[in-house]
Ligand binder design. Structure first.
Ligand SMILES: Nc1ncnc2c1ncn2[C@@H]1O[C@H](COP(=O)(O)OP(=O)(O)OP(=O)(O)O)[C@@H](O)[C@H]1O
Ligand SMILES: [Mg+2]
Length: 276
């Protein structure tokens, strides 16, 4: 006899439809003369992989900085797990350590080892004294080693960060983010500039972690094909505006934002954009 499913349909739908990020008519500016983002609306389901694609300077990194509270909007509202991202918001500060942010520059400390860089992800869990002097408990060291082996860096724990290849550096940045035990991962072009094979290995690592941890991954990409292959939804940003929100359904690319475009039109539009 078949076993009954433990999860009832109603509770299942509650989990899957829960929005972890909501942006409503968000505008932001660096210099008060022009807007880097104009009227952005984004809604991201918990546990999904969301990609942001667009030309250089279109506002992709700015979007991630708004999601982790490094910047605040000039207009509009943002909720991340029901909190307004702002470092002055106490409730947001309490959950900030659950956001694993990998900046475009990766943010590794080049003279520290792979293991030490990874352990930095555990600092928010440690006491003030431990974190000030970087005294890591044995269980955190073991956890960091486990994660490093998951990301394919087993045996390289003692290597200094500056000695690593581009792909290895990205794996350390991922390990540091995983060490935070995040619910949200914000990754800014971590697979750009890598060969196809390494880029896929790294994307698979993140996809694996998503299955294990119900992680929501929001990733900025340059490669539209790769974004479509891994993401449930892809936002296409042009000059600060979200012009499309696409995803693969069966063998078609669907534009969820307007619903007006065919697969061919979408791909042509994007290849025209990327040639500019
Ligand atoms: N610190 C800053 N001060 C002033 N303007 C900025 C700053 N950072 C970004 N900008 C401007 O905001 C716009 C969006 O920048 P952003 O870094 O978000 O683009 P991007 O899509 O991530 O580009 P890239 O693909 O090159 O990383 C650009 O016009 C950029 O010049
Ligand atoms: Mg950027």
């Amino acid at each position: 006899m078949k076993q009954l499913q433990m999860t009832s349909p109603s509770s299942f739908s509650q989990i899957t439809t829960q929005k972890i990020i909501q942006m409503n008519d968000v505008w932001t500016s660096y210099d008060s003369k022009s807007y880097a983002l104009k009227g952005i609306n984004i809604s991201i389901d918990r546990g999904t992989n969301y990609a942001i694609v667009g030309q250089s300077g279109s506002g992709k990194s700015t979007l991630l900085k708004l999601m982790n509270g490094m910047m605040t909007p000039s207009k509009g509202t943002i909720k991340v797990d029901y909190q307004t991202p702002n470092v002055n918001n106490k409730k947001f500060k309490l959950m900030m350590h659950k956001i694993g942010y990998i900046p475009q520059s990766l943010g590794l400390i080049k003279n520290l080892t792979v293991l030490e860089n990874t352990l930095i992800g555990s600092l928010p869990r440690l006491g003030k004294f431990q974190s000030m002097f970087k005294i890591f408990p044995e269980e955190e060291i073991q956890e960091a080693k486990k994660i490093l082996s998951q990301v394919g860096l087993g045996g390289k724990e003692e290597r200094k960060a500056y000695m690593l290849s581009g792909g290895e550096k990205r794996r350390v940045a991922i390990a540091r983010a995983f060490m935070q035990k995040p619910t949200i991962l914000l990754a800014d072009e971590i697979v750009s500039e890598l060969d196809h094979h390494t880029a896929r290995e790294i994307m698979n690592l993140i996809a694996d972690a998503q299955k294990r941890l119900n992680l929501t991954a929001i990733m900025v990409h340059h490669d539209m094909q790769l974004a479509l292959e891994y993401a449930n939804r892809v936002a296409v940003i042009k000059e600060g505006e979200k012009i499309l929100e696409i995803g693969v359904e069966g063998d078609k690319i669907v534009d969820f934002q307007t619903g007006d475009f065919t697969t061919q039109e979408i791909m042509e539009m994007y290849s025209d954009e990327s040639k500019k």
